[in-house]
Design a protein around this ligand. Sequence first.
Ligand SMILES: C[S@@+](CC[C@H](N)C(=O)[O-])C[C@H]1O[C@@H](n2cnc3c(N)ncnc32)[C@H](O)[C@@H]1O
Length: 199
Amino acid sequence: MELNSIQNNAKSYGVPIIRTESHKILEKFTAEKQPLHILEIGMAVGFSGITMLSACNGDLVTIEHNKDYIRQAKTNFKNFGLSKRVKILQGDCHIEIVKLLYSGNYDNYFDLIFLDGPKAQYNLLLDGLLQLLKHDGVFIADNVLFRGYVDGTTKAPTRRYKTIIKRLSEFIDNCKNHEELKDFKLIDTEDGIIFARKK
Ligand SMILES: C[S@@+](CC[C@H](N)C(=O)[O-])C[C@H]1O[C@@H](n2cnc3c(N)ncnc32)[C@H](O)[C@@H]1O
């Protein structure tokens, strides 16, 4: 099976997946860094998960609350022969992250955390995620410029995006100034991706 077919299918059915530039960056980065343990928030149908796992030999814990997406993702991981390297946590990411924290098995565990879930809640998730990230581990967050509305490159068409724009803007500042993060970088591709490392 080709990764392209998952991408085309996702487009046809309106499943949100990482855009082309983010995909290339994520694939290149994972191939270079070879993370052993990856955590993803927002799996959808497994496109980014398959991208990362195909580029390294590590394993993936991934969180998703949409049951239809999970069903499709399971088939997709299976078709790529990756099922054994993936643990899917079905549920709300706030709760699943708390469960990971309370299990006591994942403190400072992940080499890479890819945040691609509910955009307006990135800030609320940050501190919990950093607890799960190893020292020197890499934190990546996608879509932080939200169609260019956050940095004003594109003017938001309606006021309905006001809250998400404000929250993403606060999230960017928080990552930039966070006492547990270093090497902050905001890549200004299509939708904006943050890279940072844990101190
Ligand atoms: C942008 S999509 C993820 C795309 C995926 N990373 C990829 O590129 O293939 C965001 C996903 O987060 C999921 N999501 C949104 N809010 C969530 C929540 N509170 N808990 C768990 N999953 C959530 C959505 O159902 C959606 O599948």
